[in-house]
Ligand binder design. Structure first.
Ligand code: ATP
Ligand code: MG
Length: 416
């Protein structure tokens, strides 16, 4: 038989309710926080990710699913959500509308990674993007959205890490300091970092190779190189977070895996799962829109891994909604009742009741067993007597209580 590709997962019918639950929370949260959904294609021109995400990042270097289509165009499966959203923002002239623009998405993301717990080749992200505001309140809006969702899911053990990686003005001095620091130590580092040294030394700080991490420990801190404006921005954000009672830690090692960030970067890191513990990562990216051909537009956003989110929630004992159950199972008693039972079920369904009946030609006893297995809330047997009298006995499967009611009252009795 043909197996599922490595690093991908099936969501089976008995667990899909968890996804509905999480997506339902996200959509309700988006409604109250004013995020409107954007849906962009599952693939884009490779060029968009090269320019948007950056050629010295892990994603572009090693993880993209890139192929040539039949028209000889280089195409890449969505490897993150921000670049596509930014392209759509520019291409559709959303930059000419009243700002800010607040968009969210729930999307599959494809990365050729080494599969392990919390690391898939196809995962899903909930992301938000806020365009047009340079105010630290934009960061607050984005961070608060993530935080509120995490709280609503019942996740407690999360720490918000924040950092500022400066702007193009102060990044120059910082990059020079990093180059100086790493140049004398580069022999001990991985080949990718050797390449990064000249192209983008900041990326070295995000390297997952343990030896590189060891060397990076004592590297200069971005916070010592921020220009006046970047310091002010960071201080304002800190005071807003304090005003909102949102605890955070300053983590000068946090640089995040994509090139487009400026100033604020942040992550929510879980204490309750092992290595792959970052549930949500984001930050400000004031240069991306211009980079891909739009007007200079400040922006902030985050991406949150839904599989990891669910892992953390369950590790902390939160339940993700309830499995779906039929309201009622109508069991026909004898062959001549199959059609009447089927008609009754259609009538109930039309009134919004989740109703099931026999599709297998089972005996009554086998039907009872089956109805129990699918955890129906009520069960009722439809025989010649019931049809003659127009009355039927409902059995509540949760407490065993039985009551006889008129056939036409079933829907009302079940709350519809
Ligand atoms: P990491 O440092 O773990 O590789 P990243 O910096 O590549 O993460 P982002 O690109 O910021 O991650 O993606 C946002 C979120 O998406 C992550 O915080 C994580 O929750 C989730 N995520 C990223 N890659 C994967 C993956 N391969 N499998 C499952 N979830 C993922
Ligand atoms: Mg990664």
């Amino acid at each position: 038989m043909i197996n599922i590709p490595k690093g991908t997962k099936d969501v089976l019918p008995e667990e899909s309710y968890k996804w509905h639950y999480v997506e339902g929370l996200i959509r309700e949260l988006a409604r109250t926080y004013g995020w409107r959904e954007i849906r962009t294609p599952t693939f884009e021109h490779t060029e968009l990710f090269l320019r948007g995400v950056g050629e010295t990042t892990d994603i572009v270097n090693k993880e993209m699913y890139t192929f040539e289509d039949k028209g000889k165009r280089s195409i890449t499966l969505k490897c993150e959500g921000t670049a596509g959203a930014a392209r759509a923002f520019v291409e559709n002239g959303l930059e000419n509308q009243a700002q800010p623009t607040k968009m969210y998405y729930i999307t599959p993301v494809f990365r050729y990674e080494k599969p392990q717990s919390g690391r898939l080749r196809e995962h899903h992200q909930f992301g938000v993007e806020l365009y047009g505001s340079d105010s630290p309140f934009a960061e607050a809006e984005v961070i608060l959205t993530a935080k509120t969702l995490l709280n609503r899911l019942g996740i407690q053990e999360l720490v918000l890490h924040i950092n500022s990686i400066g702007c193009p003005v102060c990044r120059k001095d910082y990059n020079a300091a990093l180059k100086d620091y790493f140049a004398s130590r580069i022999d001990r580092m991985c080949p990718t970092c050797k390449e990064r040294l000249n192209k983008n030394p900041l990326r070295i700080l995000d390297c997952k190779v343990p030896e590189c991490g060891e060397v990076a420990k004592d590297a200069p801190s971005t916070l010592d190189y921020l220009c006046g404006d970047c310091v002010t921005h960071m201080e304002k954000l800190k005071s807003i977070l304090s005003g909102l009672n949102i605890p955070y830690v300053i983590n000068p090692r946090l640089v995040r895996g994509l090139d487009y960030y400026t100033r604020t970067v942040f992550e929510f890191i879980s204490q309750s799962i092992g290595a792959q513990s970052t549930v949500c990562g984001g930050g400000r990216y004031n240069n991306l829109v211009e980079e891909i051909g739009g007007k200079p537009t400040p922006a902030v956003g985050f991406g949150m891994g839904i599989e990891r989110l669910m892992m953390v929630a369950e590790a902390e004992g939160a339940s993700l909604g309830m499995p779906e159950r039929p309201d009622i199972y109508i069991a026909p008693l004898g062959e001549e009742q199959i059609m009447p039972a089927y008609l009754l079920v259609q009538e109930l369904r039309a009134k919004g009741i989740a109703a099931e009946t026999d599709l297998m030609g089972r005996s009554l006893k086998a039907q009872m067993k089956y109805a129990d297995k699918i955890r129906t809330n009520y069960i009722a047997v439809l025989g010649a007597d019931e049809r003659a009298s127009g009355r039927i006995k409902l059995r509540n499967m949760n407490n065993g209580i039985e009551e006889t009611i008129r056939l036409e009252d079933i829907a009302v009795r079940l709350g519809r």
